[in-house]
Design a protein around this ligand. Structure first.
Ligand code: CTP
Length: 367
């Protein structure tokens, strides 16, 4: 339902052509269908995007002079606003009071993004990215709370590379999918999210601060920086356990006698262990990942319990990688071990579903 003013930006013909549905703006069009009551009553979610300062004001005061504002009054479902306006209008006391009023009544008002606005200025007030609005809408429909609002969470993703020479490196198969899914889920739950991404070639999740790194040492530095004010840290990345003792500036050549070069390795620091050691009291909540296989000595869970104790983190997400599972796949199945002795079995599901289960466990342990 466009408002009259919004048709100055995108006109009726465009809406009708793209949606294949007639566009109605006023209360007195097609009165026989009583649209001003029916639409609100039958909706599962009403999303106003972009929500102008004017619409927020009308909604806060219960004004109903067009189809949209009538619908807002008749809706019995969740109502969500994605504001877009100039910084001055957003910060104006009147707008802030209206936002307060709407939130106090249970409406969801997303924070506007920071960036280029209409005209040459930049600042807070930009419409949140469509993917972010969509994720927030899905969460509302799934009954998800914004239980990470006001929190800063830091996630590492991908696999580090340790270069031998300018063209060759030691690496691993981690795609970064689980780390990015965790970031997306945290954004949808209202968190400020920093992802330290090691060689991830996936599309950047909306609303996330992504810091790109290549080597384990750089991942380590960036994780320590980001963790300073974090409420939760998740080490979903696969840092290389070893790096060559030296980096050769020029490409290593084959020799005439066919003798292969020896590569000497040194162990990398364990970032997870360092983050646990660096934290003050119980904050942040720290989550590790473990890829395990059972063997003659112990089961997957026994190995994982020992690893949890060694690492000292609060939670360990355990993947059984025996049969080439997990790497690069869209879905994931895991067991979550808590330092408090808990064990939760997560069924096979999308990496997004697993992410939400991990955040559920983190939220329980915050504060
Ligand atoms: N990790 C880390 N720094 C490293 C290596 C791993 O922070 N240098 C983190 C990973 O991000 C992950 C967890 O530690 O959260 C995995 O532990 P790790 O000991 O690397 O597991 P495996 O590779 O399975 O190790 P192992 O061969 O000892 O079983």
């Amino acid at each position: 339902m466009p408002t009259e003013s919004s048709l100055n930006f995108v006109g009726t013909a465009t809406w009708e052509a793209l949606s294949g549905k007639p566009v109605q703006v006023g209360v007195f069009d097609n009165v026989d269908q009583v649209a001003h009551v029916r639409i609100g009553q039958s909706a599962d979610l009403v999303l106003v995007a972009p929500a102008t300062a004017n619409v927020l004001a009308k909604a806060a005061h219960g004004l109903a002079d067009d189809l949209l504002t009538n619908t807002l009054l008749t809706a019995r479902c969740p109502v969500m606003f994605a504001p877009a306006m100039h910084t001055e209008m957003w910060e104006n006391h009147a707008t802030q009071a209206n936002v307060e009023t709407l939130r106090s009544r249970g409406c969801i008002v997303l924070e506007p993004a920071v960036g280029r606005l209409t005209g040459v200025d930049t600042g807070k007030g930009r419409l949140p990215a469509p993917a972010e609005i969509y994720a927030a809408a899905i969460n509302v429909l799934e009954g998800r709370e914004r239980d990470l609002a006001g929190r800063h969470v830091v996630v590492s993703a991908g696999g580090t590379r340790e270069y031998l020479d300018p063209v060759r490196y030691l690496g691993n198969r981690s795609s970064g999918r689980q780390g990015f899914a965790l970031a997306e889920a945290a954004v949808a739950r209202g968190a400020r999210v920093t992802v330290v991404a090691a060689n991830v070639s996936l599309a950047r999740p909306a609303g996330v601060d992504v810091v790109d790194v290549v080597s384990t040492e750089k991942l380590r530095q960036q994780m320590h920086l980001a963790a300073v004010d974090a409420d939760a840290v998740v080490m979903a990345a696969a840092p290389a356990d070893f790096r060559p003792t030296e980096f050769v500036d020029a490409k290593i050549k084959k020799t005439a006698d066919g003798v292969a070069p020896q590569i000497h390795l040194v162990e990398n620091p364990d970032i997870l262990v360092e983050l646990v050691a660096a934290r003050t009291s119980r904050s942040p909540v720290i989550v590790g990942f473990a890829a395990e296989t059972g063997d003659a000595h112990a089961t997957v869970i026994e190995h994982a319990r020992a690893k949890l104790a060694r690492k000292g983190c609060d939670l360990l997400v355990v993947n059984d990688v025996s049969a080439g599972k997990v790497f690069g796949r869209e879905d994931n199945e895991a067991v979550l071990l808590g330092a408090d002795g808990t064990l939760e079995q997560f069924p096979l599901g999308s990496k997004s579903a697993l992410s939400h289960l991990i955040w559920d466990a983190v939220v329980q342990r915050l504060d």
